[in-house]
Design a protein around this ligand. Structure first.
Ligand SMILES: NC(=O)c1ccc[n+]([C@@H]2O[C@H](COP(=O)([O-])OP(=O)(O)OC[C@H]3O[C@@H](n4cnc5c(N)ncnc54)[C@H](OP(=O)(O)O)[C@@H]3O)[C@@H](O)[C@H]2O)c1
Length: 271
């Protein structure tokens, strides 16, 4: 990609994205600009990858074609205020701030320009994230393709309509917490059955990794078909599944994720 990509905020997410786009050779380090109020965070990336350090937000905006804003949601207003006078209409703004709508960004800037809102998740930190991207009407097809490529460098990336962002937030944004809770519960169950905790953890982690590998290698099979492969007549698995179904585990999961999505909507209505 020939564009100059500017990162405002080079904390957890900003630095993970920078690492991802450089290691996947999506963008050369010399085309990446970074600015953070904590200068040492940019210095680290300059040392590690050779990106360019900007000394002000103004400098970053002037030197970048695409500006990725990776600051906390509460810092968005001040960042947009500081960028406003340097922005050019042909530039693309990408925001990853959770719960900040495209409308909020346009209102804060006082004008519209190409803007993409992204909901990534924490596995992006290990280049295995799931990101959904929503655009406003001024984003061209080519700009969206570039954005998908940038976020594809830290995992899976897809385009959604902005009205689906609350559902995405409740599902994949919060998703790592649900998966971790399930893994923790499985480990406890192993301990209850008499296994040493470390061994239970190792068995659970490998079972999860192995199952996901089967899902990705046999992607023509429905989850239920893979589940049926472990579920022999009158065997152990079907007895465990009977309890999970009786106690309504699926319903609990659906209700919980619906609540998370509703909460995402409520938080935005407060803006
Ligand atoms: N972490 C996740 O898994 C995740 C998932 C989905 C979405 N997100 C979104 O990603 C965004 C970044 O999260 P993060 O975990 O990477 O945060 P982070 O580690 O705190 O990084 C943000 C960096 O931006 C700096 N900053 C604050 N105001 C600034 C300004 N005006 N100009 C330049 N830099 C500024 C921060 O400095 P200070 O610490 O001094 O403020 C910090 O170094 C958030 O909006 C979050 O909602 C994160």
């Amino acid at each position: 990609m020939d564009d100059r990509i500017g990162f405002v905020g080079t904390g957890n997410m900003g630095s993970a994205l920078i690492r991802g786009v450089i290691e996947s050779k999506t963008v050369q380090a010399s085309h990446i600009n970074g600015f953070d109020v904590i200068e040492s965070q940019v210095d680290k990336l300059v040392g590690e990858f050779g990106i360019n350090k900007c000394l002000s937000l103004k400098e970053l905006v002037e030197k970048s074609d695409v500006i990725i804003i990776a600051v906390k949601p509460q810092n968005m207003a001040e960042v947009l205020d500081a960028m406003r006078s340097s922005l050019r209409p042909e530039q693309l703004i990408i925001s990853i701030a959770a719960g900040i709508s495209i409308d909020f960004i346009e209102k804060q800037l006082g004008f519209s320009m190409p803007i993409i809102r992204v909901m990534p998740n924490t596995p992006a930190l290990v280049l295995q994230g799931a990101s959904a991207l929503a655009k406003n009407a001024l984003v061209s097809e080519e700009q969206m393709k570039k954005a998908i490529k940038l976020f594809g460098a830290v995992g899976f990336a897809c385009e959604v309509d902005e009205k689906l962002m609350d559902a995405v937030t409740g599902l994949s944004g919060s998703g790592p917490a649900y998966v971790l809770l399930f893994l923790e519960a499985l480990t406890d169950a192993g301990v209850l059955a008499g296994l040493p905790r470390n061994l239970a953890r190792d068995l659970v982690v490998q079972t999860a990794i192995g199952t996901l590998e089967m899902v990705t290698q046999k992607d023509n099979l429905h989850f239920a078909q893979l589940k049926d492969m472990v579920t022999s007549p009158g065997g152990t698995t079907i007895h465990a599944l009977e309890i999970m179904e009786k106690k309504g585990l699926r319903g609990i999961i659906m209700e919980a994720i619906k609540r998370a999505s509703d909460r995402s909507r409520e938080l935005q209505m407060k803006d």
